[in-house]
Design a protein around this ligand. Structure first.
Ligand code: XIL
Length: 385
C-alpha cells in the first residue's frame, strides 16, 4: 500500500506532504508546551517565594545540549556549575588556572540574568594532585590565599554567591579530618570566608554541606556559622544540599533546620536537591562522593522506565517538600536541583556506577514529570489566594 501511494506521487505532492507534516509537528510541539506548562514556568511560579535553580554540566554550559538550552533560562533563575569550578578543573597546577568553562557559565548567567552561584572554593574532594601533595601548613595557607583571591576577584560582581567552604563536617558534627583541618585546624574556615570577603566584598558567602538537617551535624554547622560571625567575618547563607531518598525525607529535621539556621540571621538554601528512587547500599545516607559500591541487578530495578506508582510516590515527596519550603518562604532563599534532567544526574553513577535513576523533575527527554506538575500545581492552586 505504502509502495503504491509512493509510486503514484509526483515531486510536488512530496513537497506539499512534507510541509503539512512539518507544520503539524511544529504546531503539535507548541501546543504540547503550552499544555505542559500552562504557559508559566517554575521560576515565575515561585518568583515571590524563592529562587529556583539547577546545576549545569559542561555540555549544558557550552550550549551543546540542545534540549537543555531553551529549558534552562525558561525554568530557572539561578544556576550553579556542577563540576567546572572545582579545584581539579579550575586550578590544575600551582601556577596554572583554567578559566575557559567558568568564563562561559559567567557569560550564560549574565546573558539570561540568572543568579550565579560559584561552587566551590574550599573542599576536600576533587582537589588537584598538587594540593593533595602539600605537607606544610604554610604551603596550604599560601594555596588557600592564592586560590580564593584569584578566582573570587576574577569574577567580582559576576558571581553572585560562593559556596566558600563545602562539607567540612563529619556525621557526628565534629570537624572532618580533611587536609585543611589536619594542617590548619578549624580556623581554616574563618580564614576562607575572610579571604573571599576581601576579594569580593559584595558577593554572598555560604557554608554548604549534606545531612546538616540532621541534629548532630546541624549543631556542628551552627558552631561553624557562629564562629565566623564572632570573628567579624561575613557569612550570608547556609546551603543544605538535600540529597535525599524517596524512602523517606527527613521533613521534621528539615523544618527544624530552617528555623535554627534562620535564627542565626542568615539565608537558608537547598542547594543540591535530588531524590533518589533507587535502593542504596546498606543505610547509606548523604552524599560522600568518595563512596562507591559494586553494582548488582537488584540495585538497579528500573533500567528501562520508572513504574507509575514510583512516579506518583516521587511526586508526593516533592509535593510535601515544596509545601514545607513554601511554609518557610520568608527564610528559604533558593532551591537548586542538582542537575536539569534525569539523564544528567550524578545519581546514575553514584554511589553505584551504571544505574538508571530518576531523581529530578524532568525526564531523559527533558519532558516534565508528574513531580514537576505537582511542584507547579502548588503555586497554580495558590494563585490569587
Ligand atoms: C558531584 C557531581 O555531581 C559529580 O558529577 C562528580 O563526579 C562528583 O561531585 N556534594 C557536592 C557536589 O557538593 O559538588 C557533588 O557533585 C555532589 C555532592
Amino acid at each position: 500500500m505504502v509502495k503504491y501511494i509512493n509510486y503514484k506521487m509526483t515531486n510536488s505532492s512530496y513537497f506539499v506532504i512534507f510541509f503539512i507534516a512539518l507544520s503539524i509537528s511544529s504546531c503539535k510541539s507548541k501546543t504540547d508546551n503550552l499544555q505542559s506548562y500552562g504557559g508559566t514556568y517554575l521560576k515565575d511560579l515561585y518568583k515571590g517565594d524563592f529562587k529556583i535553580g539547577a546545576a549545569l554540566n559542561a555540555g549544558q554550559i557550552l550550549g551543546r545540549d540542545s534540549l537543555a538550552l531553551p529549558l534552562i533560562p525558561r525554568e530557572f533563575n539561578t544556576i550553579t556549575p556542577e563540576n567546572i569550578m572545582k579545584c581539579e578543573v579550575i586550578h590544575p597546577e600551582w601556577n596554572r588556572y583554567n578559566f575557559d568553562l567558568s568564563d562561559k557559565i559567567v557569560d550564560l548567567s549574565a546573558k539570561n540574568k540568572m543568579f550565579l552561584v560559584g561552587h566551590t572554593l574550599i573542599w576536600h574532594s576533587q582537589l588537584s594532585p598538587f594540593v593533595r601533595r602539600i605537607k606544610s601548613p604554610d604551603s596550604l595557607k599560601m594555596f588557600m590565599k592564592e586560590h580564593i583571591s584569584t578566582i573570587t576577584s576574577r569574577y567580582k560582581g559576576k558571581i553572585n554567591g560562593w559556596d566558600v567552604v563545602n562539607e567540612a563536617l563529619e556525621e557526628d558534627g565534629t570537624m572532618r579530618k580533611s587536609i585543611f583541618y589536619n594542617l590548619l585546624g578549624d580556623d581554616y574556615i574563618v580564614e576562607a570566608f575572610r579571604l573571599a570577603q576581601a576579594a569580593d566584598p559584595k558577593c554572598e558567602l555560604y557554608y554548604n554541606d549534606y545531612n546538616i538537617e540532621q541534629p548532630k551535624k546541624r549543631a556542628g554547622a551552627i558552631e561553624i556559622i557562629k564562629k565566623i560571625q564572632k570573628a567579624g567575618v561575613r557569612i550570608d547563607g547556609v546551603g543544605i544540599q538535600g540529597h535525599w531518598s524517596i524512602r523517606g525525607l527527613p521533613f521534621k529535621d528539615i523544618e527544624e533546620s530552617i528555623k535554627e539556621f534562620s535564627a542565626l540571621g542568615i539565608k537558608v538554601m537547598f542547594t543540591e536537591l535530588d531524590i533518589t528512587v533507587l535502593p542504596n547500599p546498606w543505610d547509606l545516607r548523604g552524599a560522600d562522593v568518595n563512596q562507591n559500591f559494586e553494582s548488582k541487578p537488584e540495585m538497579n530495578p528500573y533500567p528501562k522506565s520508572l513504574p507509575d506508582s514510583v512516579q506518583v510516590a516521587l511526586a508526593n515527596q516533592y509535593g510535601t517538600l515544596f509545601e514545607l519550603f513554601l511554609k518557610y518562604k520568608d527564610n528559604v532563599d533558593r532551591v537548586t536541583f542538582w542537575g536539569v534532567a534525569d539523564g544528567n544526574s550524578w545519581l546514575n553513577g553514584w554511589p553505584i556506577r551504571g544505574r538508571t535513576n530518576y531523581p529530578l523533575l524532568f525526564d531523559r527527554n527533558y519532558k516534565p514529570k508528574p513531580a514537576y506538575y505537582r511542584v507547579s500545581s502548588l503555586k497554580k492552586l495558590n494563585k490569587g489566594a
